[in-house]
Design a protein around this ligand. Structure first.
Ligand code: FEH
Ligand code: ZN
Ligand code: ZN
Length: 352
């Protein structure tokens, strides 16, 4: 089969022939119906280097995946050949307390995983190929009726990551509250929909790109503001000078983190999701009183079930652009140049 492989750090991935995977005991092979192209993949190609992580190339890209079961290893029960499934992306050891709760994004014993990795597409082979080996059946979530793999794939990261960040801030988002979404691309446009579907907060979207702001308004944002030196003041102005109860930064650059802190309300949450590499000084006067500042990484498997439920009921609709596997690098080029709105999904197979 053909697979888009990252062969070494700081290199462009290449589409090459590799053997079809075979499932070992407890494992499952899926035919990939959708593999989302994530901004993190650009960091993997251009910025990561040896020694930073316990895993590395070579591996097949694609860490947000969905497809159809094609082969079950010995001992796998509860799944059927042909069944549509989503792949839960962060793969932990499977046995520590966090993993047992389904929070493999925060596995506390990664060295005890069968093979150390961040997951498929992150050290182990991901979904940018016709077939994908899923090393344990626990990592598959059946798709509810009405969801096809190409639309479900982005839900496993671009949907799950903002869902987790928003869910933990639900207590700070009663009616009358304001949430700010900085960066309204692949994750941000779904963050807006999730806020609208699960809270009654007013949603303010912020981005540098006009097309991204248009997408934000199309996805239900109440207000869309261009990102510039005056944005935090505009947010304070539109909240009666209180500031925003929750600010979600999907960019994570110096400028957006400073904006997030300046726009937050006392007792609010500032959550850094984007890998932009910026820093935010924390001192007594650098953020409003009792602001909580946190990073979040991906989400839990039970939360993925909730995200898929929202989507199956039409409350969450990823804005996707599909690319065949041969054109995957065009998707990354468009993403790099800021020419994509919504999420690019590579579609290696159209049918189960
Ligand atoms: C991937 C690799 C490293 C950091 C973060 C990510 C995310 O895209 C996963 O949600
Ligand atoms: Zn990602
Ligand atoms: Zn674990």
């Amino acid at each position: 089969m053909r697979a888009l492989r990252l062969r070494e750090w700081k290199s462009d991935p290449v589409l090459i022939d590799v053997p079809d995977p075979e499932p070992g005991p407890g494992q499952v092979v899926i035919r990939v119906g959708g593999a989302g192209a994530c901004h993190s993949d650009l960091h993997l190609m251009h910025e990561f280097e040896g020694g930073l992580l316990p895993w590395g190339p070579p591996f097949t890209l694609g860490h947000e995946n969905a497809g159809w079961v094609v082969a079950l290893g010995d001992g796998v029960s509860g799944l059927q050949v042909g069944q549509p499934v989503a792949v839960y992306g962060p793969w932990g050891c499977g046995t520590c307390a966090r993993c047992r709760l389904g929070a493999e994004n925060y596995c506390e014993d990664p060295a005890n995983a069968p093979v150390p990795s961040g997951g498929g597409g992150l050290g182990l082979d991901g979904g940018m190929s016709e077939y994908m080996l899923v090393p344990d059946a626990r990592l598959l979530v059946p798709l509810p009726d009405g969801l096809d793999p190409a639309s479900a794939a982005p839900l496993t990261d671009a949907g799950l990551t903002p869902y987790h960040a928003i869910r933990r801030s639900w207590p700070k988002l009663p009616p009358g509250a304001t949430a700010v979404v900085i960066g309204t691309g692949g994750l941000g446009h779904l963050a807006i929909q999730i806020l609208k579907a699960t809270t009654a907060a007013t949603v303010i979207a912020v981005d540098t790109r006009t097309e991204a702001l248009d997408l934000a308004l199309k996805n239900g944002a109440d207000l869309a503001l261009p990102s510039n030196d005056g944005t935090a003041a505009s947010i304070r102005d539109s909240t009666g000078e209180h500031g925003a109860d929750v600010v979600l930064d999907f960019v994570g650059a110096d400028a957006t983190l400073a904006m997030a802190a300046a726009a937050a309300r006392t007792l609010g949450d500032v959550t850094i999701v984007g890998l932009g590499g910026g820093t935010l000084p924390l001192s007594f006067f650098s953020v409003p009183y009792e602001v909580s500042l946190q990073t979040t990484y991906w989400g839990t498997r039970p939360e993925l079930v909730e995200v898929l439920n929202l989507a199956a009921r039409g409350l969450l609709r990823p804005d996707i652009v599909q690319f065949p596997l041969e054109e995957a690098m065009d998707a990354y080029r468009q993403m790099q140049n800021g020419e994509l709105t919504g999420r690019a999904v590579i579609v290696p197979s159209q049918h189960r």
